[in-house]
Design a protein around this ligand. Structure first.
Ligand code: AMP
Length: 452
C-alpha cells in the first residue's frame, strides 16, 4: 500500500518529460511537494490554477515546470521571438530568484528568459528582449515602463503567472497588475499563487482565472514544523544588547535579522559594525547592485549576518540560513510566516527567535493564532540565555512536531562566551536606568508568562 502511494507521488508520474526529470534528479528532488503534486498534471493539461501556498512549499517549480514543458513542445525556431510566458512577482529579489530557478529547470531545454525589474538601468534588459525571449519574469512597474516605451509586447503571451498575489496587493501594485492583465490575450492559461486569500485577492483571482483548479496546501505544514520558534520579551532599549548576545553565539552560522524600517536597519548595522560584528544590510533604498552584492556575500558565506527589511527579504532563497532573528516583530502575522520561511529551506531545519516588546503582545498572540503554535518564551536575562538543543527540545514538545529528534540533535547547546558576556555587560552598563528597567522587565515577564 505504502509502496503504491510512493510510486504514485514520483515526478515520473506527473507526466513531466525527460529533460525536466533529468534536472530534478540532478537537483536531488526525490518527490514532488504537495503543491507540485496537485498542480503540475492539471497545469500540463491546460487548466488555470489557483494555488494557495506560501513561500518554501516549492510553488516556483509548480508553475515553472509545466510552462517549460509546454513551451518546449511548441518552441519557435525564430531567433527573434515574442515572449510566450510572463511571470509577475512583487519584488526584484523574487524576480531574480524565479529567473534563476528557470535557468536551473531549463538546463536541458533551449529556451530564452529574462528578468525585468526596476532599480537598475533598463539597457541590458532591453538588449535581451530585443534578441527575442520565451519567458519574462518581471515586477509590474518596470514591465509597464517597457511596454509603454514599446520595448516589450505581450501580444503573444500564452501563459501568465501571478506569484505572491497577496503581497502584490499589499505593496500597492493592484492597478499595475490590472493594467498588465488587460494587455494579455484573452486566450491564455493563467496560474495564480498567493500565500493568503483575503477577499481582495479572491476578487482579483476571479477576474483573471477561468474555472481554475483550486489547490490549497496547508499554510503551516512547510516549513513551520521544521522551525524551532521562540520569543524573548524585552524592553526596546535592551534589544541591541540582546541581539549582540545572540549574534555572538557560535551556533548561529547564517542569520537574517529582520528590522522594521530602512533607517533603523541602517542604525543597527552601524552599531553592530562599531563593535566589530561584520554584517550587511538590504532594503529598498539600497541600489540593486548593493542589494545583490550583500545577498551574494551572504549566500557565499562571506558574511554570516544579513540585516533586512520585509520587502527586501522577499525572494531570499539561501538554503543554509540557520537562524532568523526578528529584531522587530512583523506588522502582520503573515509577514512572520514569510520571514521565518527564509530558514528551513529545502528540507533543512531552522531556528527563529523574535524579540517582542511588552506592548507587542497582541502581535505575538495573532502570530500564534495564525500558525497554531505556541512560541517558547525565553528569559531575556542575557547571562542565562542558552539556545540550541534546549529551545528545540521544548519547541518540539509545544509544536507536537513529528520531525525526528535525530535531525534536531545536531544543533549544539552553546552557552554565551565570556567575551560576549563582557561586551554585552559593558553595553548594558551604559544604560543608566538598568536597575529600574530590570524591575519593570521582570514584572512584564511575569505578566507574559502568565498569559503564555
Ligand atoms: P519555493 O517555495 O518555490 O521558493 O521553493 C523552496 C525551496 O524548495 C527551493 O530552494 C527549491 O529549490 C526547493 N524545492 C522545490 N521543490 C522541491 C522538491 N520537490 N524537493 C526538494 N526541494 C524542492
Amino acid at each position: 500500500m505504502i509502496g503504491n502511494l510512493l510510486e504514485k507521488t514520483k515526478f515520473e508520474n506527473l507526466n513531466l518529460n525527460s529533460p525536466l526529470l533529468k534536472v530534478l534528479n540532478e537537483e536531488g528532488y526525490d518527490y514532488p511537494t504537495p503543491i507540485q503534486f496537485q498542480t503540475i498534471p492539471s497545469a500540463l493539461q491546460g487548466s488555470d490554477i489557483l494555488g494557495v501556498a506560501q513561500t518554501g512549499t516549492g510553488k516556483t517549480a509548480a508553475f515553472t515546470l509545466p510552462i517549460l514543458q509546454k513551451l518546449n513542445s511548441t518552441q519557435s525556431r525564430d531567433k527573434f521571438r515574442h515572449p510566450k510566458a510572463i511571470i509577475l512577482s512583487p519584488t526584484r529579489e523574487l524576480t531574480i530568484q524565479i529567473n534563476n530557478s528557470i535557468k536551473i529547470y531549463a538546463k536541458y531545454i533551449a529556451l530564452k528568459h529574462v528578468a525585468v525589474f526596476g532599480g537598475v538601468k533598463q539597457g541590458p534588459q532591453v538588449a535581451l528582449l530585443n534578441k527575442g525571449v520565451d519567458i519574462i519574469v518581471a515586477t509590474p512597474g518596470r514591465l509597464l515602463d517597457l511596454i509603454n516605451q514599446k520595448l516589450c509586447s505581450l501580444e503573444e503571451i500564452k501563459y501568465f503567472v501571478l506569484d505572491e498575489a497577496d503581497r502584490m496587493l499589499d505593496m500597492g501594485f493592484i492597478r499595475d497588475v490590472e493594467k498588465i492583465v488587460n494587455l494579455l490575450p484573452k486566450k491564455r492559461q493563467s496560474l495564480f499563487f498567493s500565500a493568503t486569500m483575503p477577499k481582495t485577492v479572491a476578487k482579483l483571482a476571479d477576474n483573471i482565472l477561468k474555472n481554475p483548479k483550486k489547490v490549497k496546501v496547508k499554510s503551516t505544514v512547510t516549513p513551520i514544523d521544521r522551525i524551532s520558534q521562540s520569543v524573548i520579551v524585552i524592553e526596546p532599549q535592551e534589544k541591541i544588547s540582546q541581539l549582540v548576545t545572540l549574534l555572538n553565539d557560535n551556533s548561529l552560522k547564517s542569520v537574517i535579522v529582520f528590522i522594521k524600517t530602512k533607517h533603523k536597519a541602517n542604525r543597527v548595522c552601524q552599531k553592530l559594525t562599531q563593535i566589530g560584528i561584520v554584517t550587511d544590510v538590504i532594503h529598498s533604498n539600497k541600489s540593486q547592485s548593493a542589494r545583490q552584492k550583500a545577498l551574494n556575500d551572504f549566500k557565499e558565506g562571506k558574511i554570516k549576518i544579513l540585516l533586512a527589511t520585509d520587502i527586501a527579504a522577499r525572494g531570499i532563497d539561501v538554503e543554509a540560513v540557520s537562524h532568523i532573528i526578528n529584531f522587530d516583530m512583523p506588522s502582520t502575522p503573515e509577514d512572520y510566516v514569510h520571514r521565518i520561511g527564509r530558514t528551513a529551506r529545502a528540507g533543512a531545519n531552522g531556528i527563529a527567535i523574535s524579540l517582542c516588546e511588552p506592548s507587542e503582545r497582541l502581535k505575538l498572540f495573532r502570530i500564534e493564532e495564525l500558525i497554531n503554535v505556541k512560541l517558547n518564551v525565553l528569559k531575556s536575562d542575557i547571562s542565562k540565555i542558552e539556545f540550541g538543543e534546549k529551545i528545540i527540545e521544548s519547541n518540539q514538545k509545544s509544536n507536537k512536531s513529528e520531525v525526528s529528534n535525530a535531525t534536531f540533535a545536531k544543533t549544539k547547546k552553546i552557552k554565551s562566551s565570556k567575551v560576549v558576556a563582557k561586551k554585552t555587560k559593558s553595553i548594558i552598563k551604559r544604560n543608566a536606568k538598568k536597575d529600574k528597567l530590570k524591575l519593570k522587565k521582570k514584572k512584564n515577564e511575569r505578566q507574559i508568562n502568565n498569559k503564555y
